[in-house]
Ligand binder design. Structure first.
Ligand SMILES: NC(=O)c1ccc[n+]([C@@H]2O[C@H](COP(=O)([O-])OP(=O)(O)OC[C@H]3O[C@@H](n4cnc5c(N)ncnc54)[C@H](O)[C@@H]3O)[C@@H](O)[C@H]2O)c1
Length: 346
């Protein structure tokens, strides 16, 4: 029998996940969609056979026709909804971040206790074919021992009201997970910088930001996060090794060469407008991995096992610890800041 999934949050991500589960993931059906805005839930559930729409996420979690819960509502709602699913004994995959602050992550981990194996987290870059190939190539030392990584994450326009701290906790957090995952080495020290810009200084967002990470293996990683880059959604990652370099290739599938009218010709590639087309494969593969894990009856087995690519609760806490250190560095004029290891004591 197919795994019956309830999706909470029917905005951009939730609606996308409902469609992906329905059309591209085997072994699962969407039976319920809940959003505090019922109209959104109804729109997301429309056309999905047997899916009911509602406005009460806790009722969805309690619904006996829901075996597993996917949380794609706003960041602040994640801890309460994850905990409610765990208390109902249901596996839950939450969008990142685990919670908006490290404090909230730690409180959630405490409350979840021994049931942490029920919790998976949507750090989907681990499923992106490009990042997966980079990880495998780093492991086989394809360009020798890694020395540096250069990561770039650019978007078209920052969401209204985004603060510098929230950009770190919500957006940079992808790099804070994927870099240690690529290298197999924890981030131990960070520092934060930002250039002087000519735009509105009263903005609550310093943009772009440049963050340096040092992992325990001695590799240095630069992370540019630029919310208002304007031209498109652009994700880059270059590994500089002792014997060469390797990078994620441009994900665009079409290159256009055209005469610009008399002068020299132009070569152009279109960028995605946001993360959904860029990481469509990653979302699909992540959802399939989650469904496969649950249908194989291994939802609570070895959350830290090396073969488990899917991120879990501890990965969320780890990334939040690094984000917290970056925010500390931001508040102390870019001072290098150690990441406090907050591994679970059990
Ligand atoms: N993995 C990724 O690449 C990625 C990309 C973008 C967003 N996200 C994450 O996905 C989540 C959703 O982002 P989005 O872009 O879809 O946002 P969105 O604003 O488009 O949608 C959020 C939805 O959540 C609903 N909501 C708010 N509180 C709720 C609650 N308590 N219960 C039920 N529904 C509630 C809102 O009504 C809204 O429809 C966020 O946590 C975000 O950080 C992840």
């Amino acid at each position: 029998m197919s795994l019956r999934i309830g999706v909470i949050g029917a905005g951009n991500m939730g609606t996308d996940h409902v469609r992906t589960l329905d059309r591209q993931v085997s072994g699962a059906v969407v039976t319920a969609v809940a959003d505090v805005d019922r109209t959104r839930a109804a729109e997301a559930a429309a056309g999905i056979p047997g899916a009911r729409a509602g406005d009460d996420p806790l009722a969805l979690i309690a619904d006996p026709s829901v075996d597993a819960v996917l949380v794609a509502s706003v960041d602040a709602s994640h801890p309460e909804l994850i905990l409610a699913a765990v208390r109902a004994g249901k596996p839950v995959l939450s969008e990142k971040p685990l919670a908006p602050t490290l404090h909230a992550c730690l409180r959630l981990r405490e409350a979840v206790g021994a049931k942490s194996g029920l919790v998976s987290l949507g750090f989907m870059r681990r499923f992106d074919p490009g990042y997966a190939q980079l990880k495998a190539a780093i492991a086989t030392r394809a360009v020798g021992r890694p020395l540096m990584l250069h990561c770039v994450s650019r978007g078209v326009a920052a969401p209204h009201g985004l603060t510098t701290e929230a950009a770190i906790a919500n957006s940079l957090v992808h790099e804070l997970d994927v870099v240690p995952w690529l290298l197999g080495s924890a981030v131990v020290q960070v520092s934060w910088q930002a250039p002087t810009v000519s735009s509105d200084r009263r903005s609550p967002l310093r943009d772009p930001q440049l963050v340096l990470l040092r992992t325990a293996d001695g590799v240095l990683t630069s992370c540019e996060t630029f919310q208002n880059a304007g031209y498109g959604y652009d994700i880059r990652c270059e590994v500089v090794g002792e014997a060469g370099t390797m990078s994620l290739a441009e994900p665009a599938r079409v290159t256009t060469d055209r005469n610009a009218g008399g002068g020299p010709g132009h070569r152009a590639q279109a960028y995605a407008a946001d993360w959904r087309p860029r990481f469509a494969d990653a979302y699909r593969l992540e959802l399939q991995a989650w469904v496969d894990l649950l249908t194989a009856g291994r939802s609570e087995s070895r959350p830290g096992a090396p073969e488990r690519v899917l991120a879990g609760l501890d990965d969320g806490v780890r990334a939040a610890s690094v984000a917290n250190a970056v925010i500390e560095s931001l508040h102390h004029d870019g001072q290098p800041t150690d990441v406090r290891l907050l591994e679970k004591r059990d």
